[in-house]
Ligand binder design. Structure first.
Ligand SMILES: Nc1ncnc2c1ncn2[C@@H]1O[C@H](COP(=O)(O)OP(=O)(O)O)[C@@H](O)[C@H]1O
Ligand SMILES: [Mg+2]
Length: 267
């Protein structure tokens, strides 16, 4: 069995994902090959519809590629049965969904602890407090999602993914609903998790400033890799985006908030 490079938390080889059949076929990923090294923080950028969420879901073992290989924590995901895959995801992987996926009837604390309680490993009260504190929700632990702002709900989703200290954390636009200041706190937390806890972080973002917290940016266009930047700055990311023509038409793209950073400030 191909176990890949032990330094890689995730390795994708020629991953294709096709949705639909015949006349309705959509090629969401069209032959993506890349690795995510342990303890690194990668940002994934690309226009709407370029395959970012599909890439994350395939890399996290939430979805199977149509063809190609995904090696996740040393396991070829197509060779695992559903029980093994569930266990791998539960024990090693965290995922922050673009749509938060919170349960409305549960409080913040209950939402955050649910995955570990279902796994029969309820977290200690102090662990829960630490994580809620890290995302700035210590005062909101007994609220329900409907009583929270979008940004607060997003932070609950982040806390839920962080609480198990996953080896690999996937986050799909985790700062999209946050104000600038809160986004900076969360991004610093993710960066710190990679540097000190050697967690592997993979984050989708539209924001060059958010991307500048990562060690590397991968650009996607039409389901293919369209370039990479190492040690990105907000300026270098914004510059690359203007050269990848498709971004220019993406109306969802916020203007880069360049006044907030100087090159390399987060490093
Ligand atoms: N479940 C699905 N069924 C059919 N098409 C899908 C599905 N999910 C995504 N797609 C299509 O695949 C392409 C990539 O989608 P996605 O990965 O969500 O892109 P992004 O996250 O970059 O916006 C888009 O054309 C999208 O419409
Ligand atoms: Mg998406």
């Amino acid at each position: 069995m191909n176990t890949g490079d032990a330094m890689d938390a995730v390795g994708l080889t020629n991953v294709r994902k096709v949705y639909g059949k015949r006349d309705n076929e959509v090629v969401a990923l069209d032959g993506v090959t890349t690795q995510f090294r342990r303890g690194t923080f990668t940002a994934i950028m690309g226009p709407s519809g370029s395959g970012k969420s599909t890439l994350m879901q395939c890399a996290a073992g939430l979805d199977q590629p149509t063809s190609g290989s995904v090696l996740l924590e040393g396991h070829e995901i197509s060779e695992l049965d559903e029980t093994e895959l569930t266990k791998l995801r539960r024990d090693r992987i965290g995922f922050v969904f673009q749509s938060f996926n919170l349960l409305p009837v549960l409080t913040v604390r209950q939402n955050v602890t649910l995955p570990l309680r279902l796994a029969g490993r309820p977290p200690s009260r102090s662990r829960v407090s630490t994580v809620l504190d890290q995302v700035g929700l210590a005062q909101r632990s007994n609220h329900r999602p409907s009583e929270l702002s979008g940004g607060q709900q997003q932070r609950v989703a982040i806390a839920r993914a962080l609480i198990s200290e996953p080896a690999v954390l996937f986050a799909d636009e985790p700062t999209g609903a946050l104000d600038t200041r809160t986004a900076q706190d969360i991004l610093s937390l993710l960066r710190h998790s990679a540097q000190t806890a050697h967690q592997t972080i993979v984050m989708v973002t539209h924001d060059p400033v958010a991307a500048s917290y990562a060690d590397r940016v991968l650009f996607l266009a039409d389901g293919r890799l369209a370039g990479a930047l190492h040690a990105p700055t907000a300026e270098s990311v914004a510059e690359r985006m203007t050269h990848l023509g498709a971004f220019a038409d993406d109306r969802a793209l916020p203007l880069p908030r360049l006044e907030k950073t100087r090159g390399g400030q987060h490093r």
